[in-house]
Design a protein around this ligand. Structure first.
Ligand code: SIN
Ligand code: FE2
Length: 205
């Protein structure tokens, strides 16, 4: 089996047109003034990740040295509730996932030129039946997706600005990561780099 054949991995190339990408990126950066990007740190070691993160919606994914990976309703530094999710991403969730309940978390990952994300599975959610929906904006990412075991074969998929992909079904538990981003492949973000929005249902409806 090649990893891309994993049941439940879907890619909609160019699902958002340029105008929709611009509007969404601008809205996210505006909301991030209230919920500033923070440096996520690995559990136990406290080593910083290379991406910067913030969240939108009732719950947000955070990680730090002391408490590790978790969802919480407030920003780790300001302690304020996360801003609401843009209506456009909620509508996209309804349309593409068909899931019966709205997403609770929109994790916003900001990748500079050197940022990457190691191979991992998304496993901090209790609503296992809900897919994860991922929206890419800005520079192209070299995304890697494998199977449900870390040792399974992987395949590389380029995610360009406006692409939307879904990890549902068997792919919901698939290992995935970002090998690197390709600087200069998009002019969407004023300072370059890549924004990735991942929408998740955390609690069973
Ligand atoms: C993630 O797995 O949280 C991010 C994936 C991506 O940036 O495309
Ligand atoms: Fe992930």
């Amino acid at each position: 089996m090649s990893a891309g054949d994993l049941e439940g991995f879907k890619l909609w190339p160019g699902r958002l047109d340029r105008a929709a990408q611009e509007a969404l990126a601008a809205e996210v950066f505006t909301l991030a003034k209230r919920a500033p990007f923070f440096i996520p740190r690995m559990p136990k070691s406290g080593a910083p990740m290379s991406v910067r993160m913030t969240n939108l919606g009732p719950l947000g994914w955070v990680t730090d040295k002391e408490q590790g990976y978790r969802y919480q309703a407030f920003h780790p530094e300001t302690r304020a509730p996360w801003p609401d999710m843009p209506t456009a991403v909620r509508a996209l969730w309804d349309e593409l996932t068909g899931y019966a309940a709205p997403p609770e978390a929109c994790l916003v990952n900001l990748y500079g030129g050197e940022a990457r994300m190691g191979l991992h599975g998304d496993g901090d959610e209790e609503a296992w039946d809900a897919p994860v929906l991922s929206i890419s904006l800005g520079d192209t990412a070299v995304f890697r997706i494998g199977g449900v075991l870390r040792s399974d074969p992987t395949r590389s998929v380029r995610l360009a600005s406006g692409d939307v992909c879904m990890l549902g079904g068997a792919a919901r538990r698939a290992y995935h990561g970002v090998d690197r981003i390709l600087p200069g492949t998009s002019r969407l973000l004023p300072k370059g780099g890549r924004l990735n929005l991942t929408l998740r249902r955390v609690t069973p409806p």
